[in-house]
Design a protein around this ligand. Structure first.
Ligand SMILES: Cc1cc2nc3c(=O)[nH]c(=O)nc-3n(C[C@H](O)[C@H](O)[C@H](O)COP(=O)(O)OP(=O)(O)OC[C@H]3O[C@@H](n4cnc5c(N)ncnc54)[C@H](O)[C@@H]3O)c2cc1C
Length: 287
């Protein structure tokens, strides 16, 4: 049995880390507590579990100098209803709306989704496209790291001992007119993705792609990006013919595996279909 401690501020967290050598932090617990209950945590059960949910600094959303700071323990439900997020980063709520069920979204946090580092994490494709920067702190101070450098592989994030994720920073300055997220699971609701795709697109008034960024989930050890696919689409309409031409480039960018949810080949097909389904925006210029 582990002791569960609920520090009220970061100072108390550092004191706990000083005193106990075997600690594990958590926020909503929707990943960690489930894994502990089924003995799927890579380390042995820790002596002390540190719940971060009472730390005010990790629970607020604020704007500073054109950037939005989201505390690591902000829940998915809170993000979904927050005007700063809805108005500036619609791709993120589009993804979070499809994450788990209402109780999971009420408990689960953005920081937890990131630190779990699952290639199926629904918030991750959007955060990669929004160039999220992560604020990591320890007793010694803070450092900032882009999300793509923080997540190293399935279940493996760049957190040193004694460090926690404090906040996620997003730049408000984006002029994409289409914010898109779609995921395919084994069923329509409450499903971990077999493949997912987020897209940020700016079309000209003639429907030609001026800017595009794409990210796929669940088809590689981490979120898959492809500047080759993006480059081939720039200057063209989002027609099925054009999107189909990009398919071989997407194939090179992903490396899906077989698992209990789907075969690798099926994931490849779904990832390509998600790309081709962007043709719904052909001739439109809307969010
Ligand atoms: C029924 C069910 C359905 C689900 N469906 C989905 C789904 O559709 N899509 C999806 O993406 N996920 C899904 N999940 C997974 C989970 O809900 C999300 O990943 C959620 O965002 C995790 O957040 P949390 O706060 O609960 O994480 P926790 O369980 O609290 O923590 C997860 C991991 O992150 C670490 N951690 C958490 N916060 C910090 C921090 N601030 N600093 C350092 N480390 C930290 C913990 O040590 C742990 O390793 C589902 C889970 C359940 C139980």
């Amino acid at each position: 049995m582990s002791d569960v401690l609920l520090p009220k501020n970061l100072h108390e967290v550092w004191k706990i880390f000083d005193k106990s050598s075997e600690t594990l932090v958590y926020a909503g617990g929707t990943d960690l507590l489930v894994k502990l209950a089924s003995s799927r945590v890579p380390h042995s059960t820790p002596n002390v579990l540190v719940c971060l949910e009472n730390i005010e600094e990790l629970r607020n959303i604020r704007e500073t100098d054109g950037r939005v700071r989201i505390g690591a323990c902000v829940t998915h439900s809170r993000l979904l209803s927050h005007p700063l997020i809805r108005d500036n980063f619609p791709v993120l709520p589009k993804a979070l709306r499809l994450l788990g069920s209402p109780p999971v979204r009420n408990m689960g946090t953005l920081g937890g989704n990131i630190c779990t580092a699952s290639p199926a994490g629904d918030a991750l494709p959007a955060l990669y496209l929004l160039d999220a920067e992560l604020e990591i702190s320890s007793q010694k101070g803070s450092r900032f790291i882009p999300i793509g450098q923080f997540i190293k592989g399935p279940g493996y994030a760049e957190l040193q001992s004694g460090e926690i994720l404090i906040a996620i920073w997003l730049d408000k300055n984006n002029d994409y007119t289409i914010h898109h997220f779609e995921k395919v699971g084994q069923r329509n609701a409450l499903a971990i993705s077999i493949a997912s795709m987020a897209a940020l697109i700016k079309l000209s008034s003639e429907g030609i792609v001026e800017k595009i960024r794409l990210a796929w989930g669940s088809v590689a050890p981490t979120i898959a990006l492809s500047s080759e696919v993006e480059t081939v689409l720039i200057g063209k309409p989002l027609s099925q013919v054009v999107l189909n031409e990009a398919r071989p480039l997407l194939n090179q960018a992903i490396s899906p595996i077989d698992d209990i949810r789907a075969k690798a080949e099926y994931r490849r097909t779904v990832a390509a279909n998600l790309l081709i389904r962007l043709s719904r925006y052909n001739g439109h210029d809307k969010v």
